[in-house]
Design a protein around this ligand. Structure first.
Ligand code: TMP
Ligand code: ASP
Length: 254
C-alpha cells in the first residue's frame, strides 16, 4: 500500500490523510488507555471491533437525521471520514449515575438519574480534560452559543436514539462521550458528530445482570475486555466473523 501521511496519533486511533481532499482515514488501534494515559494496555482485536461498532452506530444515527463525519469503512481497522475542525469540547450524556458523576456527587453507582444530564469537558490532556460550563465554552470561543445549542440538542437526540437501540439488544446505555466538528461546504459550515462511538467511549451494562461491557473492564481490572467488546458487536449484529459487508443488524433480545 502507498505510504500515507500521518496527521495525528491519539490514544486509540491514528489519523491519516485521506485519498481525496477533505477526507481522513481513521485507523483504530488495539491500545487501551485510561486516566489520561496513566494506565496503558492492549486488547487484541479491539480496533477491529471498534471500527465496526462505530460504523454501525454512525450509520444508524445518520438514518435518523444526525449529520456525522462518517463516509465508509475501508478495511478491518480503517474507515474514511470527512475532515472536520474538532470542537475542543467532550460532550458527556448520562442516564445512570456512574464513574466521575457518582464519585463527585456521592451518588450510588447504578442510580437512575431524574433526567438525562449533559456535561462538557474541555479537551486538554495537559489539564486532564477539566469539566467546564456553557459559559466557559462561549466566553473562550471554543463554540458559539448557536453551535452549543445544536450540540446540546443533537447530544440529547443521539442519547434517546442510542438508548433505544441498545435496549433492543439487552444493553443499558449508562453514559457516553461524543465529540463534534465543524464541516465546511464552500462557504457554509455545519456542526456534525465526529470521532467515534464505541465501548471505549460509552458505559454499557447488560440489562439482565448489570455486567459491564465497556472500557471500565480495563479501568477497573475486571478482565475479559475482548470478550465484552465482542459481545457488544455480536448483539449489534456486526461481528466481523459474519463476513465483510455482511452486517445483519441487531438481534432482538426478549
Ligand atoms: P466519567 O464518568 O469518567 O466522567 O466518564 C463519562 C463517560 O465518558 C464514560 O462513558 C466514559 C467516557 N469517557 C471518555 O470517552 N473519555 C474520557 O476521557 C473520559 C474521562 C470518559
Ligand atoms: N480517555 C482517557 C484516557 O485514555 C480517559 C478514560 O477514558 O478513562 O486516558
Amino acid at each position: 500500500m502507498a505510504r500515507r501521511r500521518q496527521i495525528y496519533e491519539g490514544k486509540a486511533k491514528v489519523l491519516f490523510e485521506g485519498p481525496e481532499p477533505g477526507t481522513i482515514v481513521q485507523h483504530f488501534k488495539d491500545d487501551l488507555t485510561a486516566f489520561n494515559a496513566k494506565k496503558k494496555g492492549v486488547a487484541a482485536g479491539k480496533g477491529v471491533l471498534n471500527n465496526r461498532i462505530s460504523e454501525y452506530l454512525m450509520l444508524r444515527l445518520a438514518e435518523v437525521g444526525i449529520p456525522t463525519h462518517f463516509i465508509r469503512r475501508l478495511n478491518m481497522r480503517e474507515q474514511l471520514v470527512r475532515q472536520v475542525e474538532i470542537i475542543p469540547v467532550e460532550v458527556v450524556v448520562r442516564n445512570i449515575a456512574a464513574g466521575s458523576l457518582a464519585k463527585r456527587l456521592g451518588i450510588d453507582e447504578g442510580t437512575t438519574l431524574p433526567r438525562s444530564i449533559v456535561e462538557y469537558y474541555y479537551k486538554s490532556d495537559d489539564l486532564d480534560d477539566p469539566m467546564v460550563s456553557e459559559e466557559h465554552i462561549t466566553a473562550f470561543g471554543w463554540a458559539t452559543p448557536q453551535e452549543l445549542d445544536d450540540i446540546m440538542s443533537m447530544a440529547l437526540r443521539i442519547n434517546d436514539f442510542l438508548s433505544g437501540l441498545f435496549l433492543g439488544v439487552g444493553i443499558r446505555l449508562v453514559d457516553f462521550k461524543i465529540e463534534f466538528g465543524r464541516l465546511w461546504n464552500d462557504d457554509e459550515m455545519r456542526v456534525v458528530l465526529a470521532d467515534e462511538i464505541t465501548p471505549d467511549s460509552c458505559r454499557l451494562w447488560d440489562l439482565q445482570t448489570n455486567e459491564c461491557m465497556d472500557k471500565d473492564r480495563f479501568r477497573r481490572d475486571l478482565g475479559k475486555i475482548e470478550e465484552a467488546y465482542q459481545e457488544v458487536a455480536r448483539r449489534l449484529g456486526v461481528l466481523p466473523e459474519s463476513g465483510p459487508g455482511d452486517v445483519k443488524g441487531p438481534k432482538l433480545v426478549q
